[in-house]
Design a binder for this molecule. Structure first.
Ligand SMILES: [Zn+2]
Length: 404
């Protein structure tokens, strides 16, 4: 779509400014543009970080296209949009929502939804998948930091409390995806290295790569993965937006996240379509309980004031026998047929509360540290947010202290 729109625009000798936040995305789109016949003399491919420092030297475009546009509310993008305020804009993203839950309304007038993941699977654009959720980590024990993401420290602590965790990762891989090529997503460098080590110790070739791995080693590793010499590729958020890795079927999630974008990118990484392929998703960190299954319908909105519910209609159930995870409340597991015990455990869906004030990263410094020091409901709500207290805490405190 991006290439076709650019082709038509440049055919009319109009200029396109194509904005990305990672260099790799440029290399990929360039190939597609050439393939489709875009007149690239009229296209400026640019990193946001570069353009924002050279606005006065940038030719005024007729159209700005932003890839992965869920980043678009960041200050650097806004600066560019403001500078070219008369220029029409298009943004593309699989997840039109920011990590903090804000809608993208501030920079967009209209939201156009594409076809659903369900449609893409039905029409053989994406491979179908089996989802298993053998839980090796309790998200309830994790802490959320200022970026609204789980803190590394709390995940470390949670991992340390389960001594056999890496052994269990191997055990489940062998049971659910033996012989398949897999990408393992970890929360830290150390954990990624340990995961790779555990696979190698079990005789399954694995390798860790990260952003600091030198280019040659990274390219060699990717090539070895392509040649199937490496079975498991371990990384920390590296294999995500704009990172082109060879096709593989299996994804192992060891990285609990609050980011829907990250969840979508990672869980669906093995779903590139190939005839007769089934992707295997092994979610060890209960991300499915937060975001639902990859192909569940989601209600997107540009409205930042409205609560985003990732999925409201369907709960998710994990079979106690095979860890197969499915939508609905059916007691009979569609994977293995095992009848689930009656104990009904409600799946808790994450609701991002957007009534609270937006908090920019690391800039939060409140001069009130306890409820008693707060003088308004707003301050109580800010404190609740900072301390990560449950919703409703501020109201209870306000009532207790007679604050309105
Ligand atoms: Zn089952």
């Amino acid at each position: 779509m991006i290439a076709e729109i650019s082709r038509k625009t440049t055919a009319n000798k109009k200029r396109v400014l194509f904005l990305v936040h990672r260099k790799e995305l440029i290399d990929q789109i360039k190939n597609t543009f050439e393939f489709v016949g875009v007149d690239t003399n009229y296209v400026q491919f640019a990193m946001v970080q570069t353009i924002v420092r050279n606005l006065d030297k940038t030719l005024t475009p007729d159209l700005i296209i932003t890839d992965e546009s869920h980043h678009g509310l960041a200050a650097s993008y806004q600066k560019i949009y403001d500078y070219f305020s008369d220029v029409r804009r298009l943004g593309f993203t699989a997840t039109p929502v920011r990590l903090n839950g804000d809608g993208l309304g501030g920079i967009n007038d209209i939201l156009i939804e594409g076809v659903s993941v369900e449609w893409l699977i039905e029409n053989e654009r994406l491979a179908p998948y089996d989802y298993y959720a053998p839980k090796l980590m309790q998200q309830e024990n994790l802490k959320i930091g200022h970026l609204k993401e789980f803190t590394k420290q709390s995940i470390d602590k949670e991992l340390e409390s389960h001594k056999a965790i890496y052994g269990d990762v191997i055990k489940h891989y062998l049971k659910l995806a033996e012989g398949e090529q897999a990408i393992a997503y970890c929360h830290s460098l150390d954990s990624s290295l340990k995961t790779a080590q555990a696979f190698n110790d079990a005789g399954i070739t694995a390798k860790h790569i990260d952003a600091k791995t030198n280019k040659k080693e990274r390219d060699d590793t990717i090539q070895a993965f392509r040649d199937k010499e490496i079975k498991v590729l371990c990384n920390v958020d590296l294999i995500g937006e704009g990172f082109d890795v060879p096709d593989c079927s299996t994804v192992i999630m060891l990285r609990p996240t609050k980011s829907l974008s990250l969840y979508i990118q990672q869980s669906m990484r093995g779903m590139r379509y190939k005839p007769n392929k089934r992707s295997i998703i092994i979610d060890h960190v209960a991300n499915v309980n937060t975001f639902g299954l990859p192909d569940m319908s989601r209600q997107w909105t540009l409205n930042a004031k409205k609560k985003v519910k990732y999925d409201i209609e369907t709960p998710v159930k994990t079979c106690i026998q095979c860890f197969g995870t499915y939508a609905g409340i059916d007691r009979k597991c569609p994977y293995c047929g095992h009848e689930q015990p009656i104990e009904v455990k409600e799946t808790v869906y994450e609701e991002v509360d957007q009534d609270l004030e937006k908090v920019d990263k690391f800039e939060m410094k409140l001069n009130f540290k306890t409820a008693e020091e707060c003088s308004s409901l707003k301050e109580l709500q800010e404190l609740a947010k900072e301390k990560n207290y449950k919703k409703g805490w501020a109201w209870v405190q306000a009532k207790r202290l007679g604050i309105r």
